[in-house]
Design a protein around this ligand. Structure first.
Ligand SMILES: NC(=O)C1=CN([C@@H]2O[C@H](COP(=O)(O)OP(=O)(O)OC[C@H]3O[C@@H](n4cnc5c(N)ncnc54)[C@H](OP(=O)(O)O)[C@@H]3O)[C@@H](O)[C@H]2O)C=CC1
Ligand SMILES: Nc1nc2c(ncn2[C@@H]2O[C@H](COP(=O)(O)O)[C@@H](O)[C@H]2O)c(=O)[nH]1
Ligand SMILES: [K+]
Length: 501
């Protein structure tokens, strides 16, 4: 069935998804659509392969958005261990980008990176660090990085903030070597009611193993580069010395380059894209490693085609769906995301390019529907801002709930960051064009406070969605998913009732 409803401006290609009936004469977003089950020969949700067809090397179709409040080194290493990839924002200085890539590339693909403190550190300092990691404990190390104890949130809250960590730490360590069998470590931790095991090689702490981490290692495959290191992406704006930035990022080991601007269908983007592509091609010729180039954002088939023709391997789709984004309210421009992904994916596919659905994702179902519409992967920002791993400081509101501050990359706050080197007049003028919110509270979900908890629920939902469609992988899901259009009450019927009616 064709998605062409007589739209005169773009030659819309038929999407591959099957539709239940005709598409209405207006655009749709995720909440407007649903999928029906089909006869399936996929007997287990664990038989589903979620690795992406876009050449990025991700084993689950999730990309962390290049937003300052969302994507940093902790986020990047954590999601890559589970098979996703984070893209660093374009606003950070190139030396910081390089250092972050080095950090992630040095991180262990299985062991989690612990918070470490010294025994003579004050309890207050250790407490401030615990919120940085989902495992909520710190390993106490001596000056040679040899573990001497472990402290948990519970240990630290029992005593005065000025007491030292050495005073409260538990010294009964369940230490394991680098060759330890993960199942036995899990059993050992369970038997002794312990949260984590420090992994020690040559007397030095290499990382920690937690029970949840071991379980997850059995379910997920990390996103690894050719040298077995965790993957990470970087974003480049369309201003400044684009070639130099792209070269530095490639030399530091970036695994995908994202050329990113609000209005991706503009000449300056096409010029920047050709520069990035040429730099990437030179890097490939020198090293044999081909780094995919993503570009956006667009929402029309014409936009997708122009970026694919200019050299983008991946087209980033989404104008205005983002939770921090005010573009649609400011300008009236944008497009409901399901239709945008559907039509851009059809156009991109014709040119051998892929699509990332960027923005507006709030539930696992949205990820499944983006894949049904033809996306190779789905970019998430704000939902992941409210996690232990996002870069912001952990705050508590008056009722004691944890939250992080988030802000849009086109907000006055981000624009002021990005334009630091320019004149006061230039900066003030740029700030007038804000299209994002400068401050929002993203609460940590007490049931899913870590990004891996959110990934668990997304992946569980998407795997299940694939089996309902009878699909074993993303390519089959696109062909087999059958999508219908629903009313607002149809959507509402699908929502769980946590209390009563
Ligand atoms: N997906 C979305 O809906 C949106 C995403 N964003 C995100 O915000 C970040 C910053 O992007 P951006 O604001 O493009 O900043 P950039 O710093 O990348 O600059 C954008 C460049 O494009 C020019 N430009 C021309 N028309 C427009 C337009 N309509 N909107 C914005 N710039 C335009 C600007 O010139 P001049 O300033 O002189 O006009 C400037 O040179 C990116 O990460 C982007 O993804 C921002 C808005 C929407
Ligand atoms: N118009 C704006 N869009 C923004 C801004 N900051 C980020 N973004 C876009 O949102 C997505 C993430 O969407 P989310 O719903 O998961 O938060 C991001 O990748 C950008 O494309 C902004 O200030 N204005
Ligand atoms: K929005």
């Amino acid at each position: 069935m064709s998605a062409n409803r007589g739209v005169p401006t773009n030659d819309v290609k038929s999407p591959s998804v099957k539709l239940l009936g005709d598409l209405p004469p207006f655009d749709l977003t995720y909440s407007d659509v649903f999928m029906v089950p089909s006869r399936s020969s996929v007997t287990s949700r664990l038989d589903v392969d979620l690795s992406t067809p876009d050449g990025v090397g991700t084993t689950i179709p999730l990309v962390v958005a290049n937003m300052t409040a969302v994507s940093g080194r902790r986020m990047a290493e954590t999601v890559a261990r589970r098979g996703a990839i984070a893209v660093l924002p374009q606003d950070i200085p190139i030396h910081a980008v390089t250092e972050t890539i080095e950090y992630v590339k040095a991180a262990h693909p299985i062991y989690e990176s612990p918070v470490t403190v010294s025994a003579d550190a004050p309890v207050a300092a250790a407490l401030a660090l615990l919120g940085k990691r989902a495992h909520q404990a710190a390993v106490v190390v001596d000056p040679d990085r040899h573990p001497v104890g472990v402290v948990t949130d519970g240990d630290l809250r029992k005593v005065d903030r000025f007491a030292t960590v050495g005073h409260v730490m538990s010294t009964e360590l369940f230490t394991v070597g680098p060759d330890a069998d993960l199942d036995s470590v899990f059993d050992g931790l369970a038997k002794q009611h312990l949260g984590l095991a420090p992994v020690v090689a040559d007397g030095q702490l290499q990382g920690v193993l937690t029970r949840k981490g071991i379980l997850r290692s059995a379910i997920y495959s990390p996103a690894l580069d050719a040298q077995g290191r965790l993957r990470i992406g970087t974003a480049i704006g369309i201003n400044g010395d684009v070639a130099a930035k792209a070269k530095a990022m490639l030399e530091s080991g970036a695994d995908v380059l994202v050329v990113d601007t609000a209005h991706g269908h503009q000449d300056k983007m096409i010029d920047a894209l050709s520069v990035v592509k040429a730099t990437r091609d030179a890097h490939e010729a020198a090293t044999g490693v081909r780094v995919p180039v993503a570009a956006g954002n667009v929402v029309t088939p014409d936009g997708a085609r122009d970026l694919a023709t200019a050299g983008a391997d991946i087209i980033k789709v989404g104008v205005g769906p983002g939770a921090m984004c005010t573009t649609r309210m400011m300008t009236g421009v944008g497009r409901p995301q399901f239709s945008a992904v559907l039509e851009c994916a059809a156009a991109a596919t014709e040119l051998g390019a892929h699509v990332w659905a960027d923005g507006g994702v709030k539930y696992p179902r949205d990820v499944a529907l983006a894949l049904a519409a033809g996306a190779a992967s789905v970019m998430i920002g704000s939902w992941f801002a409210g996690t232990w791993e996002s870069p912001g400081d952990l705050n508590r509101d008056a009722s004691g709930r944890f939250y992080k501050e988030s802000f849009g990359m086109a907000s006055a706050r981000a624009v002021s960051n990005r334009t630091q080197g320019r004149s006061a007049f230039d900066r003030a003028r740029s700030a007038l064009f804000e299209e994002g919110i400068s401050s929002s509270k993203m609460y940590l979900d007490p049931a899913r406070p870590g990004v891996e908890d959110l990934i668990d629920s997304i992946v569980a939902g998407v795997r299940s969605s694939f089996t309902y469609a009878g699909a074993r992988d993303i390519a089959q899901f696109r062909e087999r998913a059958t999508v219908g259009v629903q009313s607002a009450s149809g959507y509402d019927e699908g929502r769980p009732r946590e209390t009563s009616w």
